[in-house]
Design a protein around this ligand. Structure first.
Ligand code: ZN
Length: 365
């Protein structure tokens, strides 16, 4: 290669020794006061293009299981410094996430300088500050409390920590759900409810002044439970036209004709949305009565919801095709998702029994 390499750099402040962290390291030969220029980081001055090429070679070498150390330093816009040369003693300095040295540009060169007082015998280190890209290629074993496990610029470390926290939480959730896979919920939503209300509902729709009316259901929060209950009534098909479960705003808009702007303004949870869902289901399924639920079956921090709550609506087509509405709210403070769904289904069926006592009259103010 080159004819004669320079002699390795030396410094009165540093000596070379085996490192606990990685290969060799440099150690303080005596107490070093903060601000001291400890040793110059020297190397070959190369163009950016050459620097990129060498980085590729390094990466290929690393993929084959070889040395992945990075010694390239940015000198200025045109040139980099390749410190991977025998005579650059500073290349032995290891990385730390909580370093005692830093790199400084002094008179066109690079110096390793002490950022705090360093006691004789301490291993010298600085923050390599690698980029986010391919950070996983550079695991860190520095042992600093702030270490994120990778040699990474400070401003990127939180990303790794967040990813690690997410992975941990996911694993925990997985373990919990595995444990509960044979666990039966004590509240079976179809298990306990007022059978009498279902019979009264049937009477409202099949006898007296209200006979001949038909029913359709639109559900969000109750997810089909109102339909399931009505479906238990003997002869349900005589008055029950069917139902639609629509969870998303898109489904509520496209399947039930809910106004998109209205829905987007309240995440599709409001009495008005419930009314539009009820009317939408009745219209779509050719029924004279529509019933709907929408709400939060459990707390939702993203939407500022601390406790479950729901709105329901009953829409009735009266004489002259005029729609009239009845709405209500159900609170579910402290309830589980399952219990809340069951409670809302109960309340809505009870509300139907009450509201559908008599069909809407002609002169309603
Ligand atoms: Zn570290």
């Amino acid at each position: 290669m080159s004819k004669k390499n320079p002699k390795p750099t030396t410094s009165p402040w540093a000596r070379k020794a085996d490192s606990a962290v990685h290969g060799y390291g440099l150690y303080a030969a005596k107490d070093i006061p903060a601000g001291t220029k400890v040793i110059e980081y020297v190397g070959e001055k190369i163009t950016k293009a050459e620097s990129d090429r060498r980085d590729e070679v390094r990466r290929a070498r690393q993929e084959k299981g070889g040395d992945g150390c990075v010694y390239l330093f940015e000198l200025n816009k045109r040139y980099d410094l390749d410190g991977d040369v025998e005579w650059n003693t500073a290349r032995l300095i290891n990385h730390s996430c909580d370093p005692n040295c830093d790199t400084d540009y002094v008179d066109g060169g690079i110096w390793i300088s002490a950022v705090r007082n360093i006691a004789a015998g301490e291993e010298l280190n600085y923050d390599y500050g690698f980029d986010w890209e391919n950070y996983e290629e550079h695991p860190c074993r520095c042992g600093a409390p702030t270490c994120c496990g990778f040699i990474l610029k400070k401003e990127f470390r939180w990303r790794v920590r967040r990813a690690q926290a997410q992975a941990k939480a996911e694993k925990k959730g997985e373990e919990a759900s595995n444990k509960k896979s044979h666990y039966r919920h004590p509240i079976n939503p179809m298990g306990e409810f007022d059978w009498g209300d279902l019979m009264r509902l049937k009477a409202r729709l099949t006898t007296g002044a209200g006979a001949g009316r038909t029913l359709a259901v639109a559900e969000s929060l109750t997810a089909g439970q109102i339909q399931s209950r009505i479906g238990l009534i003997s002869g349900a098909s005589n008055f029950f036209r069917g139902g639609i479960t629509a969870y998303t705003i898109d489904a509520k808009v496209s399947q039930l004709g809910v106004n998109r702007k209205l829905a987007e303004d309240c995440n599709a949870v409001s009495p008005k949305v419930a009314e539009q869902m009820a009317k939408g289901a009745a219209t779509k399924l050719g029924a004279s009565i529509g019933v709907a639920t929408t709400g939060y079956a459990e707390p939702d921090s993203a939407n500022g919801v601390k406790h479950p709550f729901a709105f329901w609506a009953i829409a009735q087509k009266g004489p002259g095709r005029k729609w009239s509405y009845k709405t209500g709210k159900v609170s579910g403070k402290g309830l589980s998702r399952v219990a809340m769904q069951a409670k809302v289904a109960d309340k809505v069926i009870a509300a139907m029994v009450k509201t559908l006592k008599s069909p809407p009259r002609e002169s309603r103010s």
